[in-house]
Design a protein around this ligand. Structure first.
Ligand SMILES: Cc1cc2nc3c(=O)[nH]c(=O)nc-3n(C[C@H](O)[C@H](O)[C@H](O)COP(=O)(O)O)c2cc1C
Ligand SMILES: C=C(O[C@@H]1CC(C(=O)O)=C[C@@H](OP(=O)(O)O)[C@H]1O)C(=O)O
Length: 403
């Protein structure tokens, strides 16, 4: 069973992660991990913090000469901003006065955090609830991503909308129509979306979105968005219907909903399917040149909690950023008075970054259920188990039904 934990406060010294359960001999380097960290930091509409940080993972254990050892992998990402916070975030008591924060921002974790943890300073809630933590997640999930790529499984994403600005043509319709060539890889999708500062697929759409973000910024407001995560190269049979917690879509939804500010996850056509006739949405099974195939992929690559072998398609909704430069109403807890919410350095939009984080978390879910199925202490053992299974699927079906 693979597992990871992250630790670290947003303005503390560093973020750390410990990743366990992966087989030995997976080729992975800090260069690979840092590429993912860089993708997470990109995106038009982010705040000044991203100009301070250049996230790099330093590998402390579990990898030798570019290959996993099977032992826990630990990594550290230093916070460059720490040097501006040495007193405010010092783990030791300090003898300088530290101003306490008493005005919670609606939409952030400020009020629930101080109430639940019995704090007298909102700073204590901000630090760990902040999405800064996702840098450590992306580093941890890079191991899952690299592992999956060894089996031809790739995870990609693109932004569908920001602030309600949708593209004219929905590229994903091709995936739903199952018209994408089976050699198409989500890696290729990233090659297109990574080039766009808002991670969309066409220039006209990008221009409209950037105009929308500029307007929001001018108003002191923020925006959310929707994006797709696509996983290609899936074999049939990952996940299971035998237990609630082994269902693939349940694991994916949990992983992605755990990301700060994510408020909705759809698998395949999701909510749209609820409005249609069954005959219009279920993916007809057909024989193409003797091979079992589907006419469409409205299910988004999962049936009965198990991967169908078609691309997995996940749509995600992120709410607008909570911190507003033209704030809405809140209270000052120290005076118990109505007041406008507190302003502080913040992103205006983070949906493009969020899409990369969601890719990472999706890779984690798939790797977990993949390893549950194929196991192995070394990647060679995992590969042998994988090939043994995938190599015999059609043969077994024929044998079982043509007795
Ligand atoms: C990549 C990313 C960046 C974010 N940046 C900010 C930010 O700069 N300011 C802010 O108020 N919220 C930001 N958020 C959202 C908050 O972290 C989130 O709203 C908060 O932790 C409360 O959690 P909830 O929205 O899930 O309820 C960001 C989220 C993500 C995923
Ligand atoms: C630091 C990151 O995101 C941060 C997430 C965040 C929040 O409230 O979630 C608030 C901002 O932090 P700060 O207050 O330091 O400007 C973002 O920059 C990051 O993604 O690496």
């Amino acid at each position: 069973m693979i597992d990871f934990v992250t630790a670290g406060e947003s303005h503390g010294k560093a973020l750390v992660t410990v990743v366990s359960g992966f087989p030995s001999n997976i080729e992975i380097s800090s260069e690979y991990i840092n590429e993912q960290l860089k993708r997470r930091q990109a995106g038009y509409g982010r705040g000044l913090r991203m100009k301070i940080e250049t996230d790099k993972a330093e590998i402390l254990s579990g990898i030798r000469h570019g290959k996993t050892l099977g032992s826990p992998i630990s990594m550290i990402i230093w916070n460059k901003d720490w040097e501006n916070w040495t007193d405010k975030m010092n783990p030791e008591p300090v003898d300088v006065p530290i101003e306490k924060i008493s005005i919670p921002r609606p939409g952030h974790a400020d009020l629930v955090g101080v109430t639940k943890y019995n704090f007298d300073d909102i700073r204590n809630s901000i630090e760990r609830s902040s999405a800064r933590e996702t840098a450590a997640r992306v580093a941890a999930c890079s191991v899952a991503r690299k592992f999956l790529s060894e089996f031809g499984i790739h995870v990609g994403s693109f932004v569908e909308s920001i602030g309600g600005i949708y593209p004219k043509e929905n590229f994903i319709d091709k995936f739903f129509a199952n018209k994408i060539n089976s050699n198409y890889s989500a890696e290729k999708l990233n090659k297109i979306s990574d080039k766009s500062p808002v991670r969309v697929l066409d220039k006209e759409h990008e221009d409209k979105i950037i105009r929308r973000i500029k307007l929001a910024k001018k108003k002191g407001d923020t925006l959310g968005g929707t994006f797709y995560v696509v996983i290609t190269g899936m074999p049939i049979g990952i996940g299971s219907f035998v237990h609630y917690d082994t269902r693939l879509e349940a694991d994916l939804a949990h992983s992605i909903m755990s990301i700060q500010a994510v408020k909705g996850v759809e698998i395949g056509r999701g909510f749209k399917m609820a409005d249609e006739y069954g005959s219009a949405v279920h993916d007809e099974i057909v024989l193409r040149k003797g091979k079992i195939s589907r006419k469409t992929n409205n299910a988004g690559g999962i049936e009965g909690g198990i991967s169908t072998g078609l691309p997995i398609i996940i749509r995600v909704a992120m709410k607008p950023i909570a911190t507003l430069m033209s704030p809405i109403g809140s209270i000052d807890l120290s005076k118990m008075k109505n007041i406008k919410a507190r302003r502080e350095r913040s992103d205006f939009v983070a949906a493009p970054a969020c899409a990369v984080i969601a890719e990472s978390m999706a890779a984690w879910s798939v790797a977990k259920l993949f390893l549950d199925k194929f196991g192995g202490d070394s990647i060679e053992e995992t590969r042998a188990n994988f090939l043994n299974y995938t190599g015999q699927l059609e043969k077994r079906l024929k044998e079982n039904f043509n007795k």
